[in-house]
Design a protein around this ligand. Structure first.
Ligand SMILES: *Cc1c(COP(=O)(O)O)cnc(C)c1O
Length: 396
């Protein structure tokens, strides 16, 4: 298999793999930075002969290097890179057929909900949306035709943690698959394949690329039986990652370890501060010892990541904060060097019907913060002055 990483590289530690990539230099020229093979097609040496590449939708050397590197980082045999996280998820769903049932985390990225609920439902797939942090509910949702459990952990945006090992055990008894969206923690903090997951999906747009400058998405797995059909699905669907975006993501991966350490540290500091603020009702952050799944989180992950969400006491504070913040940017997305604040109700989770949204906890007082790499004192000062303005509104 062309994109199976070699066994020698497998023994290196994650930080080393990330910094150096699967192939630390390009053999022909010695280039340390993987060249951007900006070519749609490749010359055949002769009839029936190939260099291993023929057309970039099928395979491209820059993309292949990225796919190998991410496979190593996620402890999988196979990596597939897509033009976005949604492209990856959409291709992975091609494993299922009409009549199959999937159990899905009820609070997950709104785009994934939309893809399943507005499109794949029409092709005969059915979905049960459950609070996957409650193992009993996952179990209760199983049907004879259940073929997969799809979870996000920590979830987006409520930061609920689901038991990866437990869910894997449950679905494997039925011969189905566990799919984990690992976007929030990245392979640096969590390796779902080691815990029994069959497929990891990632939005590389977030922490992996890390600079708010490109989109990308991934599937990583070790399933020999499905390897060919997933490569075929990737090639056939065509939502593959271009050479330049592959290179940007590869460059992002080189610093993933140091960025994740800092995101983790900064988010902890900001979460603790937010918790003390009078205008804030509740802070959702898996690193709090009183988070309902704190013990689970510590047992399956090596960090808590850079994401925080919180309920304000008064929804009228939302527009004030969004208007008054200066350093933190009011923008969708997460995982980049810049701190971003999101209002899930109308942004990331706008596609989810109201009743479901509310039952998942996404109400009009919820805000989500992606803590960047700025000095935490500057981040806190910005939030502090915005919250102060909210107080002034009440006085007037
Ligand atoms: C952003 C995101 C996606 C979708 O990824 P894109 O790269 O935007 O297509 C999927 N899952 C999670 C958890 C995300 O945050």
């Amino acid at each position: 298999m062309q994109n199976e990483p070699d066994s020698c590289t497998k023994k290196l530690s994650l930080d080393t793999i990330l910094a150096r990539g699967a192939t630390p230099f390009e053999p022909r020229t010695g280039a340390i930075s993987t060249p951007i093979y900006q070519s749609s097609t490749f010359r055949h040496p002769g009839l029936g002969e190939t260099t291993g590449f023929d057309y970039t939708r099928a395979s491209n050397p820059t993309r292949l290097e990225l796919e190998k590197t991410l496979a190593l980082a996620e402890h999988g045999k196979y990596g597939l890179a897509f033009a976005s996280g949604m492209g990856a998820i959409s291709s992975l769903i091609k494993l299922f057929k009409s009549g199959d049932h999937l159990i899905v985390s009820e609070d997950l990225y709104g785009g994934t909900f939309r893809l399943f609920n507005e499109y794949y439902k029409n092709y005969g797939l059915s979905f049960s949306w459950v609070d996957s942090s409650d193992f009993g509910r996952v179990e209760a949702a199983l049907r004879p035709e259940t073929r997969a459990i799809f979870i996000e952990t920590p979830s987006n945006p409520m930061m609920k943690v689901s038991d990866i090992k437990g869910c894997a055990g449950l679905i494997h008894k039925r011969g189905g698959f566990l799919i984990v969206d690992n976007t929030f923690l990245s392979p640096y903090f969590q390796n779902p394949l080691d815990l029994g997951a069959d497929f990891v999906v990632q939005s590389g747009t977030k922490y992996l690329a890390g600079h708010n400058d490109t989109l990308s998405g991934f599937i990583v797995h070790s399933n020999d039986e499905k390897a060919e059909s997933l490569i075929e699905a990737q090639k056939s669907e065509g939502a593959t990652l271009g050479p330049f975006d592959s290179w940007l993501t590869l460059r992002g991966l080189k610093t993933l370890a140091v960025r994740m350490e800092r995101h983790n540290r900064n988010a902890r500091r900001v979460a603790l501060w937010l918790r003390e603020q009078g205008r804030i009702e509740k802070v959702f952050y898996p690193g709090f010892e009183d988070h309902p799944q704190y013990a689970l989180s510590v047992s399956q992950s090596r960090g808590f990541g850079g994401m925080i969400s919180f309920y304000l006491k008064d929804e009228r504070d939302v527009p004030v904060i969004l208007k008054e913040i200066k350093l933190i940017l009011f923008a969708e997305s997460l995982g980049g060097v810049e701190s971003l604040i999101t209002y899930p109700l109308v942004q990331t989770h706008g596609a989810i019907p109201e009743a479901m949204r509310l039952s998942a906890g996404v109400n009009s007082r919820l805000m989500r913060l992606s803590v960047g790499l700025e000095d935490t004192e500057d981040i806190i000062a910005d939030l502090s002055q915005a919250l102060e303005k909210c107080g002034k509104r009440n006085e007037s």
